[in-house]
Design a protein around this ligand. Structure first.
Ligand code: UDP
Ligand code: MG
Length: 327
């Protein structure tokens, strides 16, 4: 059991969210005050809005709110950098001041009722608590099938992500200190957290509809985000090409045998055997060679990411030293 009343920062990326900010502030103010009353968080806790280069009055509003409200603050990016980068900026800034960091969207589609449960799981000793959507009752059929299909494809590609979890999560400061060592530019945060490890838990909630404003994730952005997720985490597509090359080469030996038999039986026109054999063998060799080159590119890709090879979660030597000092 950890010490209760640690400092909580709620990080919220905002892009053109002037229509929702006041209502979001009202709901989160209530939440923070309730958590303070229950002594679950310290009075240094804050909600941190991250203005992602909005074109409307979002930043002016954030400034106004942070002047007016005790528990609200904000940062502003120099221009629009997209949801994942805005979120990263917020997390990296918040970890300087907080012990516990929760990220969520500005439209409060993710039920803030789950925050209490998240904190409970944190105080029970979990470093990451994933918010998971229990059902997708309020989604359209199209959104539900595409979204769930995406998680399945990711898993088939060998990427470990939490099913139906987006970016609503609680993390401890030490998890974010480790996140800093993942230097990749093509950010797909929900894929990185499972890689970091530590003890984690899940909290289930129902996602609501947006109460105002419109989605900043139209289909085109969603598809490119999904593609980013796959290509930033998996080199399986390369292995597929390699295997395809070998399969074609194997098939081509059968084609070779078949076309020689047909020739010996005298059922062909001149030149047919040669052309058919060449097509299969050359295609197989090309595909195979591409696969080999691909495997090397795949290695370069993983090397350039420079991800940490391991993270030590506890070290008894250090812990003993600390014990001695405090004695
Ligand atoms: N967002 C952002 N930068 C962008 C696009 C979106 O910071 O370029 C924020 C947006 O303000 C919101 C969150 O990312 O807080 C999720 O966006 P949205 O709610 O529109 O996505 P949806 O819930 O429709 O998938
Ligand atoms: Mg939303």
């Amino acid at each position: 059991m950890k010490n209760k009343s640690e400092t909580l920062y709620i990080v919220i990326p905002c892009y053109n969210e002037e229509e929702v900010l006041e209502e979001t502030t009202r709901q989160l103010r209530e939440k923070i005050e309730k958590l303070l009353e229950e002594k679950l968080i310290s009075s240094d806790s804050r909600v941190m809005y991250v203005n992602d280069g909005s074109k409307d009055k979002t930043w002016e509003l954030i400034e106004k709110i942070s002047k007016r409200e005790k528990y609200f603050t904000g940062i502003s990016l120099s221009r629009n950098r997209g949801h994942q980068n805005a979120l990263l900026a917020g997390l990296m800034t918040a970890k300087k001041y907080a012990d516990i960091i929760i990220s969520m969207d500005a439209d409060l589609q993710d039920d803030i009722g789950a925050v209490d449960e998240m904190l409970k799981k944190y105080y029970e000793g979990n470093d990451i608590v994933y918010g998971v959507r229990s059902a997708r009752k309020k989604d359209t059929f199209f959104k539900k099938t595409t979204a769930e299909g995406f998680y399945k494809i990711m898993n088939a590609m060998g990427v470990e992500i939490v099913f139906n979890h987006a970016d609503y999560r609680l993390t401890s400061k030490r998890v974010l200190n480790n996140l800093e060592n993942y230097k990749e530019v093509n950010l797909f945060l929900r894929g990185i957290f499972p890689l970091i490890g530590y003890k984690s838990a899940k909290v289930y909630y129902e996602r609501n509809e947006r109460f105002a404003g419109e989605s900043k994730y139209p289909l085109k952005k969603m598809l490119s985000f999904a593609w980013d997720g796959i290509t930033s985490f998996s080199i399986k597509p390369i292995t597929l090409i390699f295997n395809l090359g070998i399969t074609i080469l194997v098939i081509s030996t059968f084609v070779l045998i078949y076309s020689i038999i047909v020739k010996l039986l005298g059922q062909t026109v001149p030149g047919w055997t040669f052309i058919i054999c060449s097509i299969w063998v050359v295609a197989g060799l090309e595909m195979f060679s591409l696969g080999v080159i691909g495997e090397y590119i795949g290695k370069i890709y993983t090397e350039t990411k420079g991800r940490p090879r391991y993270i030590i979660s506890r070290n008894l030597v250090e812990e003993k030293k600390l014990e001695k000092i405090s004695e």
